[in-house]
Ligand binder design. Structure first.
Ligand code: MG
Length: 273
């Protein structure tokens, strides 16, 4: 555009360009007029693709009250009882419910979801004991263990140094969190974890490993971290083959950590059209 172009014309042209860029003023085109996307199944803007399922989003929690899960979530703990959990064997979960929270009962052992999950989105909230007791790994320790074996660490990491791959937000023994986003003891903290299950070949070898992406208190702490293998202490974890789904297990590490507002959404990546 020349320097002599009137200002109003320049503005009109700019608006037209912007509208074209967003497709607002374009004539509607059939999908056959647009190029094929990689994979060759769908065209760009292909109206034949299935519409995404409608999900009513949940609401955020506050320190005073848990929020509401999204409409399609599998609710695992809503503050009332531990009926969705077992002791990881055939028996009932041994943890108590107090004031709307599920509380680790030391020596009662783990609790495990009765439902099994593969790839999933998991939300849960936890609060470590206040006043705090102990130090290092002995302070507010629990954990979220997908398939009962891939642990995302729960710990009181507020002014409590420990080895970095054991900090809250860590894939335990493997990947420290990107940052330490822990809240003080007694405060409710939130985990939002996207877990990709590992896949195994028929001969039991790993076809693709597990991955963890996580936000702790809304802060990005794990970025598609490749899980090396099952959780291990002072050892490098290894994979042993298992099925496509397994329980989500919460660890009893001897500290009365509280949990609330636990829900999961299975992710059906493989079914996506
Ligand atoms: Mg732990």
């Amino acid at each position: 555009m020349s320097r002599k172009t009137p200002a109003f014309l320049a503005t009109a042209v700019a608006i037209a360009i912007a509208a074209a860029a967003t497709g607002q003023d374009r004539p509607k085109v059939g999908f056959q007029d647009t190029p094929l996307l990689p994979g060759g199944k769908w065209h760009v803007h292909d109206g034949r693709r299935p519409q995404p399922a409608v999900v009513e989003p949940g609401t955020a929690s506050t320190q005073e009250a848990p929020g509401r899960p999204p409409s399609d979530a599998v609710v695992l703990f809503d503050g009332k009882d531990v009926s969705h959990w077992s002791d990881g064997k055939a028996g009932p979960a041994g943890w108590k419910v107090e004031g709307g929270a599920m509380v680790v009962t030391p020596k009662a052992g783990v609790v495990a979801t009765r439902d099994e999950f593969g790839d999933c989105q998991l939300h849960l909230e936890f609060a470590t004991p206040d006043p705090p007791r102990g130090r290092d790994q002995g302070r507010g320790n629990s954990g979220v263990m997908f398939f009962g074996r891939y642990e995302v660490q729960v710990l009181d990491s507020y002014h409590n140094p420990t080895y970095p791959d054991g900090t809250a937000g860590a894939v335990y023994g493997q990947h420290p969190p990107l940052v330490n986003a822990a809240r003080p003891p007694g405060q409710w903290q939130s985990y939002d974890i996207l877990f990709t299950a590992p896949r195994f070949k028929a001969d039991g070898s790993v076809e693709s490993p597990a991955y963890v992406t996580a936000l702790l208190n809304g802060v990005f702490v794990q970025d598609h971290a490749e899980v090396i293998g099952a959780v291990a202490y002072r050892a490098v974890g290894r994979y042993s083959p298992h099925g496509p789904k397994g329980p989500i297990v919460l660890q009893d590490h001897g500290d009365p950590v509280k949990f609330r507002n636990i829900w999961a959404r299975p992710i059906r990546r493989d079914d996506r059209p």
